[in-house]
Design a protein around this ligand. Structure first.
Ligand SMILES: [Zn+2]
Ligand SMILES: [Zn+2]
Length: 147
């Protein structure tokens, strides 16, 4: 039983890894329109060339920063991109401003970078990465089914 179980888990893991690394079609990672809803404080929206539409809140994007430091921190904490640690309830709560970019810049033709209001700015969000972490109901249902 345990042998079967271990093999099964390994196979699942390998399949998930290969799905994550599979190249996406070019039109799926090429934005048709990119909207940064900065004044509304809402988030980022991308219409892709294949007709798909993605949207992320700034809080989600900040918690999904793809820089090496943030990736390491998330791995150490066992968090997925976009997830944050739930802070234990404390009698003294420090007010933290919600994540919001102070600047947004294109990086070549392949990515966008944010300067966040907490001073962090090393994350380069490639179109490929953003498409892979699309938060629409269709994509998140697909991801959940694969876990
Ligand atoms: Zn980062
Ligand atoms: Zn999607």
């Amino acid at each position: 039983m345990s042998h079967e179980g271990i093999r099964f888990v390994d196979k699942e893991h390998a399949e998930r890894e290969s799905a994550e690394n599979r190249p996406l079609p070019r039109i799926a990672v090429t934005p048709e329109k990119v909207r940064v809803l900065l004044t509304e404080g809402k988030g980022l929206e991308i219409d892709w060339q294949d007709g798909h539409r993605s949207a992320w809140t700034f809080a989600w994007l900040r918690a999904a920063c793809p820089c090496a430091t943030c990736v390491d921190d998330r791995e150490a904490a066992g968090l997925n991109p976009g997830e944050t640690k739930s802070e234990p309830a404390q009698p003294l709560q420090l007010f933290k401003a919600p994540p919001r970019p102070t600047d947004v810049k294109p990086v070549g033709h392949y990515a966008v970078s944010f300067s966040w209001n907490d001073g962090h700015s090393s994350g380069i969000y490639s179109w490929d990465y953003l498409r892979r972490v699309c938060q629409c109901s269709e994509c998140t249902a697909h991801t959940a089914a694969g876990q």
